[in-house]
Design a protein around this ligand. Structure first.
Ligand code: ATP
Ligand code: MG
Length: 594
């Protein structure tokens, strides 16, 4: 392919909204263009990378015995009503109406559609197991689309759904997908780790996320250095310290004015305490009801654990004004002890004149011997609180984020922290959807049983961003061979004469071997061509300079910057062999090319 014919609009400057390296490089390298928040057009190079990702995913899914289908993007509301998610899924679901006023949604995930497919056509255990997958554009109206393809509103996902007759069969299907995911991400040349994960809105009881390790990742993870345990901090259980014993001699708690002390640190400075001695209130709206979650001042509340503890469908941080109106409490000064110090909480008419604030405290809060908390009065805090004495009417649970240094839940060694980008997710669903949607088959014993299910997602377009986060330098992208839009670029330094002729011959020979190659035939200065080649990120550069007339070219390995001269004779064979070896996910070796 001639660069002059390839639409390759590279840019010198990053986009204004380029919030991550991968986002900047995708725009600068001429891969994507923004259309609206979280919605992008893919240029020719971008399409090629997405197609590489899809090809690897497809091969590994097929190899694992999954069957490709293609389900509609526009899904009738009735199916989502059957599963109960029409109400529960929340504002990420983009709902629409047709000309007859019938309701639809743009599918953010396809459990309902695939369960409907299976219940219509699968009658007997003899037809099982089955695993259907598709590669499709999804829409989720994300609250904060960010980082280009990383968190889009429209994005491409591979989603697979397994149907089994028994729990043991479903576990085997889960394992098969897990192994296929390991191979998939290895072939893409990504450094990743499977971690235990929360089961979120989809539900179910067993789940792993496949996390690409990157400092810019949104997900905080913990992993044990001593054993194999690794988990998302949302999922990792935190240790529950013993409740403090009731002190015999502690005086009553008292309210003190803390004017202007808006943050934990300001309160600590005003009252001479540490964040560890404070009780922080995090306010939620859970299925329309106000909830106050209390954690120690130096900890973060874990929304996922709060949600699981409450058994709620939809949990989000509460809007302060809404919370104040619903409860009569002053956000910013909420504490687990009622204003009159009675300790009566929750629906007992204590905390909040509206009553009915559900309160939950992390186990660590009840381990404090004495603490400071919000006074439930504006500009005031309560000192000398003895949680085991003063806090009643609340439930106690593990509701905080795990942190590095916490003991490993499996072996007790200290956990280490790292960050990741979730590129894949495997769930064991059990009968959650098959039961709700009455999707049954006739089992071996003649009874009707709901399918045992699993679901398995891969973020196809997110992988493009994640791969760049992990594979770039200050000059541009360094694609792993398996994902590169073109694995090779040929750079003639003159547009005619032996240099151009050599470049053309190498291009033709590579193409004849089925190797995708760009020949930069543009009438540009060498510096411009080199810069573009580095920015776009072709793994292998073949530079045809002055020695081309003697049958010698220069080869550069983009990732390592290694350069060496090599004879044109036999070059195509060496390139083909080196690329083939690197396609399994490994690096390009200079030795094989010389
Ligand atoms: P997240 O926690 O990042 O929102 P999720 O749990 O909602 O992800 P799943 O429903 O499991 O994600 O979707 C399967 C895969 O699709 C994810 O592992 C991720 O790689 C990808 N994905 C999810 N949301 C987006 C998005 N907004 N943009 C791009 N890819 C996404
Ligand atoms: Mg999500």
């Amino acid at each position: 392919m001639r660069a002059s014919r390839l639409h390759l609009p590279t840019l010198r400057d990053p986009p204004k909204d380029g919030d991550t390296v991968s986002h900047q490089l995708l725009v600068r390298g001429g891969y994507i263009r923004r259309v609206a928040a979280g919605i992008y057009s893919f240029l020719p190079l971008g399409v090629r990378v997405v197609e590489r990702v899809k090809a690897i995913v497809r091969e590994e899914m097929n190899r694992a015995g999954a069957l490709e289908v293609f389900l509609p993007a526009v899904v009738p509301a009735e199916l989502w009503q059957e599963s109960g998610r029409w109400e529960k899924y929340g504002p990420e679901l983009l709902r629409l109406k047709d000309r007859k006023n019938a309701e639809f949604c743009l599918g953010p995930t396809h459990e309902e559609v695939v369960v409907d497919l299976a219940r219509k056509d699968v009658r007997s255990y003899r037809q099982l197991p089955l695993n259907f997958y598709q590669i499709q554009t999804k829409f989720r109206d994300e609250m904060r689309p960010r980082a280009g393809l990383m968190r889009g509103r429209e994005f491409v996902m591979k989603d697979a759904y397994s149907f089994d007759a028994t729990v043991a069969g479903a576990h085997a299907s889960y394992r098969t997908m897990y192994d296929a995911y390991v191979r998939t991400f290895e072939r893409m040349g990504l450094a990743f780790r499977p971690v235990e994960a929360d089961t979120g809105a989809i539900g179910g009881s067993m789940s792993h996320e496949f996390q690409v390790l990157a400092d810019s990742g949104e997900d905080a993870l913990v992993a044990c250095g001593a054993c194999t345990y690794a988990a998302n901090v949302e999922k990792c259980p935190s240790p529950a310290p013993a409740r403090a014993s009731l002190p015999g001699d502690a005086g009553p708690s008292a309210i003190v004015a803390t004017p202007g002390a808006k943050t934990i640190d300001m309160v600590c400075a005003a009252l001479g305490c540490t964040p560890r001695q404070m009780i922080k209130a995090v306010l939620y709206e859970a299925d329309g009801q106000p909830v106050a979650a209390f954690v120690r001042g130096d900890r973060e509340a874990n929304e996922v654990k709060v949600k699981a503890h409450l058994g709620a469908g939809l949990v989000a941080l509460a809007d302060a004004a809404w919370f104040a109106k619903a409860t009569g409490l002053p956000p910013g000064y909420v504490g687990p002890v009622a204003a009159d110090g009675s300790g009566a909480l929750g629906g007992n008419g204590g905390l909040g004149h509206g009553g009915g604030v559900r309160c939950v405290a992390d186990a660590e809060v009840m381990a404090l011997t004495t603490a400071v908390c919000g006074a439930n009065e504006k500009q005031a805090h309560r000192q000398g609180v003895v949680p085991v004495r003063d806090c009643s009417g609340l439930t106690v649970a593990d509701i905080r984020m795990a942190v590095p240094g916490d003991p490993c839940p499996q072996c007790g060694a200290a956990l280490r922290g790292f960050r990741g980008i979730e590129v894949g997710h495997v769930f064991y669903l059990g009968q959650k959807y098959s039961q709700a949607m009455n999707a049954t088959f006739v089992a071996e014993d003649g009874t009707e049983k709901p399918f045992e299910m699993g679901c398995y997602g891969i973020g196809v377009t997110r992988i493009v961003s994640a791969a760049i986060e992990q594979n770039h330098d200050e000059r541009g992208i360094c694609w792993p061979v398996g994902l590169a839009p073109y694995p090779v670029v040929v750079l003639p330094l003159a547009i005619d004469g032996p240099q151009a002729a050599t470049a053309e011959a190498i291009e033709a020979a590579l193409e004849a071997r089925g190797i995708d190659v760009v020949r930069d035939d543009r009438d540009e200065r060498p510096g411009v061509k080199f810069n573009d080649a580095d920015l776009v990120g072709y793994p292998l550069h073949i530079v045809c300079g002055r020695k081309a007339q003697d049958g010698v070219v220069e080869v550069k390995i983009r990732r390592t910057g290694e350069r060496f001269e090599t004879p044109v004779a036999g070059l195509v064979d060496r390139v083909a062999a080196a690329l083939a070896a690197a396609r399994a996910g490994g690096p390009l070796h200079a030795a094989a090319l010389q």
